[in-house]
Design a protein around this ligand. Structure first.
Ligand SMILES: *Cc1c(COP(=O)(O)O)cnc(C)c1O
Length: 375
């Protein structure tokens, strides 16, 4: 079976560096925050071309902290999308604010900037675009709207480590940005981890305090905070892996170029390549009304696939209280019905990419033929 992602192959390619970085942590017995995390924070801020990065214990915690630091709370509204991993919206709910969900542009699957202004009310406090699948949301019009209405702009960059938009990096475009280092992300820890990134010095103290029980000094608590600290082992692993990230993102891009070439006119829909940006291809999605049939065909051919995501957040049982119904976000709902993710990771062999593309083409030939005859 060809897996959707293969973390073992990557570990094998950097085993010595990783093992020695982890051994350093164990020998130091400095297990939480400390030198390794600080070194990663400095390197990751540089990588994002931003001033500050703060290591935390997950991408979800990063989102929660970014919103708290920005003063988002009960009675506020935060505009985002439903076509995302559930954490984007759950984190808004943690603050007591209400998520306001707008539809996507079906060509990119990211927030449609043209739909944002209609969702703004006197309670709107922030806009949180998600850079889904590794491609940046259309940030210039979104920043203009944020500035015009005096709203905080928070990037959910959990799938976009290294992605670019008009020469800027994901993580450097909002007031705050949030990353996840869940193991399967483009930059993945060996456990749970995340980061908040910002250019704004104003947020530095509050983020440091909130992630560490509200402490300003040992046993001095300025506010009620959280235990959202990054573990040293994760900082050590991430600092090793960050040096390889550009190579890995390049390898993903090369595989995607093959997929796009081979699947250009077989009858499945592909996302538009951002003309003024650089995707880091966290996921390679295609879209077809015969998604479930194609998925079964690929499974039988030995190809694992994913669905990102099968049920939009506004139609999940746990989020019924938000008050949305089927039909409210038609492009989002259609994407969730039709999306299928093909295997994509840097270590994929070129022949394997061709083999996967061939399996998709084979399905499309069979699936398209009968309708041509009957039509
Ligand atoms: C992974 C992800 C998160 C959450 O990150 P965790 O580290 O799993 O908490 C948030 N938003 C998006 C878009 C994600 O893909």
């Amino acid at each position: 079976m060809i897996p959707l992602v293969d973390l073992k192959k990557q570990y094998e390619s950097i085993r010595e560096e990783i093992d020695s970085a982890i051994a350093d942590v164990v020998h130091s017995c400095q297990f939480v925050l400390g030198e390794k995390v600080e070194s990663f924070e400095a390197d990751f801020a540089d990588y994002c071309r931003a001033r500050f990065a703060f290591g935390v214990n997950s991408g979800t915690s990063a989102l929660h902290l970014a919103m708290l630091a920005a003063g988002v709370g009960p009675g506020d509204e935060v505009i985002t999308v439903s076509n995302t991993f559930v954490a984007t919206i759950a984190a808004i709910c943690y603050t007591g604010a209400s998520p306001i969900l707008v539809d996507i542009d079906p060509r990119t699957c990211n927030i449609d900037p043209a739909k944002i202004e209609a969702a703004i009310t006197p309670r709107t406090k922030a806009i949180m675009p998600v850079h889904l699948y590794g491609s940046c949301a259309d940030m210039d019009p979104i920043s203009d709207i944020a500035r015009k209405h005096n709203l905080i702009l928070i990037e959910d960059a959990a799938q976009a480590h290294g992605a670019e938009y008009r020469g800027r990096r994901a993580g450097s475009m909002g007031d705050l940005a949030c990353f996840s280092f869940y193991p399967g992300k483009n930059l993945g820890a060996y456990g749970e981890a995340g980061a908040v990134v910002t250019n704004n010095e104003e947020y530095v103290e509050i983020i440091k305090q909130l992630r560490d029980q509200g402490q300003s000094a040992k046993y001095v608590h300025e506010r009620i905070g959280y235990n959202y600290r990054m573990e040293a082992i994760q900082g050590a692993v991430l600092d090793v892996k960050l040096k390889h990230l550009d190579d890995w993102n390049r390898a993903r891009r090369k595989h995607v170029e093959v997929y796009r070439r081979e699947l250009a006119d077989v009858g499945v829909r592909l996302l538009e390549e951002p003309a003024d940006g650089k995707s880091v291809h966290h996921i390679f999605p295609l879209f077809t009304e015969q998604r479930d049939e194609l998925r079964a065909h690929l499974q039988a051919a030995g190809v694992s696939t994913g669905v990102h995501y099968p049920i939009p957040v506004h139609l999940q049982r746990g989020f019924r209280g938000l008050g949305y119904n089927a039909g409210d976000l038609p492009h989002t709902e259609r994407a969730c019905r039709e999306v299928l993710s093909l295997p994509l990771y840097p270590e994929l062999a070129d022949e394997t990419v061709m083999q996967i593309a061939d399996s998709v083409r084979q399905f499309c030939r069979q699936a398209v033929a009968p309708s041509l005859i009957s039509g």
